[in-house]
Write a protein that binds this ligand. Structure first.
Ligand code: 8IG
Length: 266
C-alpha cells in the first residue's frame, strides 16, 4: 500500500473505479466469499467488470474459487458494487489491505454492505450448503483495521433491520455468532470446541475485520455465512477446499435469490 493514509488510498481507488466503470456512485457493496460466486449471476447483468488490480491499493486474488474481479451491476434503481474476491488476513499483506475494498466501497458512495463467506458450522442440525445470518462476531485475529484512539462502537454491528428483512424473505434462515480465526490452517477439533464454549456457531477466516472497517465508515452491515462444511471434528472427515466449492454450487440458487431480494429491499 502507498505511503498515503488508508482513507486517501480508498478515495483514489473509488475515483478510478468511477472512471473505469462509468458509474459515478455505487449504492450497495457485496463481498463474495468461498462458494458464493455461482450466486452472483442472479443479481443481474454486469454494467462493467474490472480487475481488482486496475485500482490502486488492490492486490491479486490468492485463492482458487476467488476471482480477482469487481463487477458493477445495475439492479432496479441501485448500483451494486460486487467484489468477487477478498484479501484475507492470512495472506500477510496487512490489515489495511484486508479492508481496502471496504473503504473503497464507502468512498464510492455505498451506504450498505453485504459481507458473505464460506465457513465451518457448529450448530447441531446445520448442513453444508446452508446459509446462516451472522448475528455477531468474535474476532480472534488479535488486531483491528483501525489505528489510533478511535473507539468505534460495535453494538448491533450486524444490522438487526437487515437480518429481519432476510428472515421475511426466507423464514427458515438461522442466525449465528461468527468466529474469525487467523488461518490459513483450519481449526483443530479442540479449537472448534473452544469456539463453541465461547459462544460461537460459525468458524472462518474473514469478515470480522471488514465488518469493523465498514462500521467505522458508517455503513449498514449484513453478514451471511454459507456453511460449507461441518467444523473440524464434527463430521469425522478431514476438511478440504473442494467441498467448499461444491457446497456453493449446490446452494447457488437459494443464495442468489436471497441476495437479489435483499438488495432490492435495502
Ligand atoms: I469454507 O471450517 C471454510 N472456511 N476457519 N474453518 C475456518 N475457515 C473455514 C472453514 C472452517 N470452512
Amino acid at each position: 500500500m502507498s505511503e498515503k493514509n488508508p482513507y486517501d488510498n480508498a478515495q483514489a481507488a473509488a475515483a478510478k473505479l468511477a472512471e473505469l466503470t462509468g458509474v459515478e456512485r455505487h449504492d450497495i457493496a457485496l463481498v463474495l466469499g468461498s462458494g458464493w460466486l455461482p450466486a452472483v449471476d442472479a443479481l443481474g447483468e454486469a454494467t462493467a467488470e474490472i480487475d481488482t488490480t486496475d485500482l490502486p491499493g488492490f492486490s491479486a486474488a490468492a485463492v482458487v474459487g476467488h476471482s480477482g474481479k469487481i463487477r458493477s451491476i445495475r439492479s432496479g434503481d441501485k448500483n451494486l458494487l460486487v467484489f468477487l474476491s477478498r484479501t484475507h488476513f492470512y495472506e500477510g499483506k496487512g490489515v489495511a489491505a484486508v479492508v481496502h475494498p471496504i473503504r473503497t466501497a464507502a468512498a464510492a458512495g455505498c451506504s450498505a454492505i453485504v459481507l458473505t463467506n464460506g465457513c465451518g458450522g457448529l450448530k447441531e442440525g446445520w448442513q453444508p450448503g446452508q446459509p446462516v445470518l451472522i448475528s455477531d462476531h468474535i474476532n480472534l485475529t488479535g488486531t483491528s483495521p483501525i489505528v489510533g484512539a478511535n473507539f468505534v462502537d460495535l453494538t448491533d454491528l450486524y444490522s438487526p433491520r437487515l437480518r429481519a428483512m432476510c428472515k421475511e424473505i426466507d423464514s427458515s434462515l438461522d442466525e449465528g455468532v461468527y468466529v474469525q480465526f487467523p488461518g490459513p490452517h483450519y481449526e483443530t477439533p479442540a479449537e472448534v470446541r473452544m469456539a463453541g464454549i465461547m459462544g460461537g456457531h460459525l468458524v472462518g477466516m474473514s469478515t470480522t475485520l471488514e465488518a469493523i472497517a465498514a462500521r467505522e465508515a458508517g455503513m449498514e452491515i449484513l453478514g451471511i455465512s454459507l456453511v460449507t462444511n461441518l467444523a473440524a471434528g464434527l463430521s469425522g472427515e478431514p476438511l478440504n477446499h473442494e467441498e467448499v466449492l461444491e457446497a456453493g454450487k449446490a446452494a447457488a440458487s437459494r443464495m442468489g435469490g436471497l441476495l437479489s431480494q435483499v438488495v432490492t429491499s435495502i
